[in-house]
Design a protein around this ligand. Structure first.
Ligand SMILES: Nc1ncnc2c1ncn2[C@@H]1O[C@H](COP(=O)(O)OP(=O)(O)OP(=O)(O)O)[C@@H](O)[C@H]1O
Length: 448
């Protein structure tokens, strides 16, 4: 990962104004974003206002000793990397400063090329530290507390049993279920109960990227493999090596990529885009889909051999409407301990079909919390289609004949209520935009 000067905010501090100007004009020519100060006080006030990746300063400033400045600078911005310049006689102090965490020191007179190399290295350290912090954040997000799967219904108890069985093996797992049923949550639970739990769970969503980008995302590419590939990049299989790769919405994977995936599953080998070099990755695969893969493999949309490889262990998540008893637990969980439920709320909510499953329920509860006056969850603060589900079942004359018709009517109502705004309608239904498109097509609902 090479640091690029145009992305580097550089602070230069020296009381020798001529030297400072030489340094400034050199680094501006090299396209760094440069600010300067001639004393420690000005330098510190710049650091308070602005995030610098690298600060270069002279150890002998008129108003503060070099060591004091290092300390103060680190208090003001712990991420900023410090490089110091010293005269011949003050190397010992420079060594002291290194102990305090400065990244490097150079003795004057400074060779500009050398200083530039040191600054670029310091900027790389800065970005690595940043990335490290992001990864730590990601790992915390994946901690068990945030991912507890709620459910006491019989079908969910079966799911829990299966997770415990398959977790400790290294076998590929296929998770099936409608959108929003918790497939990603189950993938995380399998990963946590596996021996690979200390390694990251790397996720790729096949519906999120067009085919070519997805190929490079999964398998990596070499420099120059396509327009815009300015540097080589490892794919997620390489990133996940030794751990788990979660392939979400695998039913959307294009046929050429299915062939490539089958090969990795068979012998662990693959090639980056634009490369003839065989690479190997030892990855446990968890895949999820909301499509009927068996049907897709019969109709030729999904490779049969890949389906059989993935289908060794399948966990099928039931839709929310089939999890009797779970609704109350989920509503209480999403509401939080400080909230009360209006009497009859759960009965009313269970009359609704929840086509977007737990995700839709979660969104609806969050909305009802925002609209509530006190700490009471009330039905009238739920979306219209949810609150009115009760009325539909009473109007027996107009009641649609079958579930398909009911679903169609519901989707159409929501779509129209949002004036054809697909993003908003998909949110209200708790499904992705792509799923909404599919539903509109399936039920032949005209685009508005
Ligand atoms: N049993 C559950 N207990 C608690 N939260 C749940 C449960 N199931 C789902 N959720 C929550 O519902 C939301 C959707 O879950 P998730 O993303 O795992 O569904 P999904 O099946 O992968 O959806 P999609 O098919 O659209 O990708 C998340 O916020 C998740 O935390």
């Amino acid at each position: 990962m090479k640091a690029q000067p145009e992305r580097i905010d550089l602070l230069l501090v020296d009381d020798d104004e001529y030297l400072l100007e030489d340094l400034r004009s050199y680094f501006v020519r090299q396209k760094f974003r440069v600010q300067t100060a001639t004393n420690a006080t000005d330098a510190l006030s710049l650091v308070e206002k602005h995030a610098f990746q690298v600060a270069v300063f002279d150890m002998q400033l008129p108003d503060l000793s070099g060591l004091e400045l290092v300390k103060k600078l680190q208090e003001a911005d712990a991420d900023c990397q410090v490089v110091i310049l010293t005269g011949e006689g003050s190397i010992e102090t420079a060594v002291e400063a290194m102990k305090l965490g400065t990244i490097d020191y150079l003795t004057k007179p400074v060779r500009l090329k050398e200083l530039e190399a040191v600054i670029l290295r310091a900027a790389e350290t800065y970005s690595l530290r940043k990335q490290n912090q992001q990864l730590k954040g990601l790992i915390q997000q994946q901690s068990p507390g945030n991912h507890e799967i709620v459910g006491q219904s019989e079908p969910m108890q079966n799911v829990f049993r299966l997770i415990q069985r398959v977790g400790p093996t290294d076998k590929a797992v296929l998770i099936q279920g409608e959108s929003g049923t918790g497939k990603e949550l189950v993938a995380a639970a399998i990963h946590r109960s596996s021996p690979l739990a200390d390694f990251p769970l790397v996720t790729v969503n096949c519906a999120a990227l067009p085919e070519q980008l997805l190929e490079s995302e999964m398998f990596g590419h070499e420099k120059g493999a396509f327009t815009g590939a300015t540097a080589a990049k490892p794919g997620l299989f390489e990133v996940a090596d030794g751990g788990t790769l979660f392939i979400d919405e695998i039913g959307e994977l294009a046929l050429p990529l299915q062939a490539k995936l089958l090969r990795v599953l068979e012998d662990g080998s693959f090639r980056r885009v634009g490369s003839i070099q065989e690479r190997r990755a030892d990855v446990r695969l968890i895949a999820a889909t909301n499509l009927d893969l068996a049907a897709a493999s019969q109709s030729g949309k999904f490779r049969e051999d890949l389906y059989y490889r993935l289908n060794v262990i399948t966990i099928t998540l039931p839709p929310l409407r089939q999890r009797s008893g779970d609704l109350v637990l989920l509503v209480e969980r999403f509401a939080g301990p400080d909230w009360k439920l209006e009497p009859g709320l759960i009965e009313a909510l269970s009359r609704y079909d929840w086509p977007g499953n737990v995700r839709q329920l979660r969104n609806a509860v969050e909305r009802a919390k925002i609209l509530a006056d006190g700490n009471l969850l009330e039905l009238h603060n739920f979306p219209e289609e949810v609150a009115n589900a009760e009325d539909d079942s009473n109007t027996s004359d107009e009641q649609p004949a079958d579930l398909g018709q009911l679903t169609r009517q519901h989707i159409e109502q929501v779509y129209q209520a949002h004036a054809g705004n697909k993003t908003k309608a998909a949110q209200a239904l708790g499904v992705s935009r792509r799923t909404l498109y599919r539903l509109l097509e399936k039920y032949e609902i005209a685009h508005l």
